[in-house]
Design a protein around this ligand. Structure first.
Ligand code: C2E
Ligand code: CA
Ligand code: CA
Length: 609
């Protein structure tokens, strides 16, 4: 049996309070398991006892036609830490009550720790899913619950005799599928999952052999400059090419290698391979581009990853700016306190560090605040909804806008269509990676077509890189794009919110730019503006302004008017925003359109014709 982290690989969680699934030696030291019947905390029957009992009295046949739902409380540890064990126990009892209520008439059991199990005979997966959602709603409001999510895995027995413990294992495996996924609270065990787990088991049994026999290979996926369409880099992605199973993709083996604490071995291999391939590229006389490699969170814990990178770079004499380090969101989200030091050390030495899969985890924004990155790779899931909802575009554009304001370059991955490419280019996303250009392909494919794939016509030169990196800093989405990158939060559009009660006007909000405009004609507040307007205009003009506002309200359209004010001329655009009783709110954008004409002394930066 393969040993993972010093423990036999089993999906059975054990109860810290002593309850176990399969039952250890029973009281009195009998050689045969004699599991306890009742869990002292929740008063529920224990799964181990229940399964043993059904086998003993042959009442397990209905089990083969039942559905097993395995529940797991996320971050239960934090409840115990915050509210002590008594608080944790109270939470479990509430959880039990809700399950009994929602699954009335079905069997509710405790499987140990924070795992409860429901064995149902009459519910479809959809009906169970509905109950899981209701459970989360109730438990989300439980005051001692810290909004913990409860995840569920569902296994539907197909009628063939099977060991109950295997059935529950499958429900528990399905549950694990949704552990880190914020917007999913259940998963049904199906053939795809079965396949995946068989593949994972294969990985567990064969990874030593794969390392020894050199089954790991590097595939390279090109990264393209949006503005020019030229290749400006490659991402190195690991592939396991197995003589029996064919190509095993990373999503199968990365997880397993992380679990068995061998991922650093793979990553060191990929880093070395990338440097070796880059050296061949440099020596070939064709164009060569930076290569990025993926670093796992565990690389930082299990190895001196800075040394691993430096050694490989030194061995193949690679300029440091040609090896890029991608650190995934999950890596950054872990509790690793020294990660910031590692990132800083890499950057100080001249490497670029990129944040990968931005937006996929819980703490994307915290990470941007805490660490310094050169590039932000937008998680490809945002593009998966590109055609389904316009929200996707807004979110992607906001990420690009924010990144530029923070002085970070942007790359979008998972680009599959021309429309996606055009959109990303239009919002100023600098680099693009995805099947639209190329899937990851083996090095031999590049070598076979070197003249075509690696020429200076298709690939970026170092001079072009420096040049387009500067151009990439321009924020097409900024309302003041001419301003140089800064960290000041401000808008150059003079904006105010005005509240009208009958014919009285008060200011609710004014921004800095608005104040600059009204200051220019001697007003310090919105009330000042109204006073000046009244003083300088006839009642007829004031009525006109009032009518404009009424029209804005009625039509829900933007109204525009210009008027003289203190020897100035101002242009005003307004939109009705909302009302409460006799209070009506309008949003205003104003411009002093006389200001430019009046200016007599030319500014040193302004060319006069
Ligand atoms: P990643 O770093 O986000 O890599 C991008 C993944 O998206 C790659 O999958 C790539 O093949 C895929 N991809 C690229 N363009 C498209 C597209 O247009 N559409 C779609 N649907 N997918 C696209 P891959 O190679 O299977 O890698 C999966 C993940 O495994 C990687 O995600 C990375 O997190 C991890 N990984 C891969 N190689 C390594 C490695 O050497 N070390 C470590 N630690 N992780 C690795
Ligand atoms: Ca990556
Ligand atoms: Ca990624």
């Amino acid at each position: 049996m393969v040993v993972m982290n010093g423990e036999p690989h089993t999906e059975h969680p054990t109860d810290p309070q002593g309850a176990q699934y399969a039952g250890g030696p029973g009281p009195g030291g009998s050689a045969f398991p004699r599991p306890e019947k009742v869990d002292p905390i929740t008063g529920l029957d224990l799964v181990a006892w229940f399964f043993a009992q059904t086998q003993k009295d042959h009442s397990f046949y209905p089990l083969h036609k039942s559905t097993i739902t395995f529940f797991n409380v996320m971050n239960f540890k934090t409840i115990n830490q915050r509210f002590s064990y008594q608080g944790g126990n109270a939470y479990l009892c509430k959880f039990r009550d809700e399950l009994k209520r929602l699954f009335e008439g079905e069997t509710v059991l405790r499987a140990g720790a924070d795992h409860l199990v429901v064995i149902s005979l009459n519910l479809s997966p959809e009906e169970i899913a509905m109950r899981v959602a209701m459970l989360n709603k109730v438990m989300g409001n439980y005051e001692g619950g810290l909004r913990n999510q409860i995840k569920a895995g569902i296994y539907i027995a197909d009628g063939t005799p099977q060991k109950p413990i295997i059935m529950m294992d499958r429900a528990s495996l399905a549950c694990r599928e949704v552990h880190g996924i914020f917007n999913k609270d259940y998963c049904v065990y199906d053939d795809a999952l079965k396949n995946k787990h068989e593949q994972k088991q294969y990985v567990l049994d064969h990874f030593d052999e794969a390392f020894e026999k050199g089954y790991f290979h590097v595939y390279y996926q090109p990264v393209v400059r949006a503005l020019t369409g030229k290749v400006c880099g490659y991402e190195a992605l690991a592939r396991w090419i197995d003589p029996v199973k064919g190509i095993i993709p990373p999503f199968i083996f990365i997880d397993v290698l992380e679990k068995v604490h061998l991922i650093h071995k793979l990553d060191a291999y990929i880093i070395e391979q990338a440097c070796k391939d880059l050296r061949d590229d440099i020596d070939s006389g064709y164009a060569y581009e930076p290569i990025s490699v993926n670093l796992s969170r565990l690389d930082f814990e299990l190895s001196d990853v800075n040394k691993v990178v430096n050694d490989a770079v030194a061995k193949y004499d690679i300029p440091k700016e040609y090896l890029v380090l991608e650190v995934t969101e999950s890596a950054i989200a872990s509790d690793l306190t020294s990660l910031g030091d590692h990132i800083k050390e890499f950057r100080d030495e001249g490497y670029q560090v990129w944040i990968d899969d931005f937006g996929s985890g819980y703490s994307s924004f915290n990470n941007l605040q805490t660490y310094d990155f050169d590039f932000l790779k937008i998680d490809m899931n945002f593009l998966r909804n590109f055609d389904k909802t316009p929200k996707s575009k807004v979110i992607i554009a906001s990420i690009v806008d924010m990144a530029k304001k923070l002085g970070i370059h942007t790359l979008a991955e998972g680009v599959e269509t021309k429309e996606q490419y055009e959109f990303l280019k239009s919002i100023g996303c600098e680099l693009i990676q995805g099947y639209y250009f190329s899937k990851p392909i083996p090095l031999e494919d590049y070598q076979n077509k070197r003249a075509e794939l690696c020429s200076f016509e298709t690939n970026e030169s170092p001079e072009e890189r420096t040049y387009f990196d500067c151009i990439g800093e321009v924020n097409f989405l900024d309302n003041a794009p001419l301003r140089k990158h800064h960290l000041e939060v401000t808008s150059d559009i003079p904006l105010a919110i005005l509240e009208r009660t009958e014919r009285n006007y008060t200011g609710l909000y004014t921004n800095k730019a608005f104040m600059t405009v009204i200051n220019s004609f001697g007003a310090n507040t919105i009330e000042d503006v109204v006073r000046i307007l009244r003083r300088e205009n006839t009642q007829e003009t004031m009525d006109k302004i009032f009518e404009h506002l009424l029209w804005a309200e009625k039509s829900n359209e933007i109204v525009e008017y210009s008027m003289p004010l203190n020897e100035n001329k101002i242009n005003c655009k307004a939109r009705f925003v909302g009302h409460m009783g006799n209070k009506f709110a309008y949003m205003f954008v104003v411009r002093n359109i006389t200001l430019r004409d009046k200016e007599t002394t030319p500014s040193k930066n302004r060319l006069q014709f």
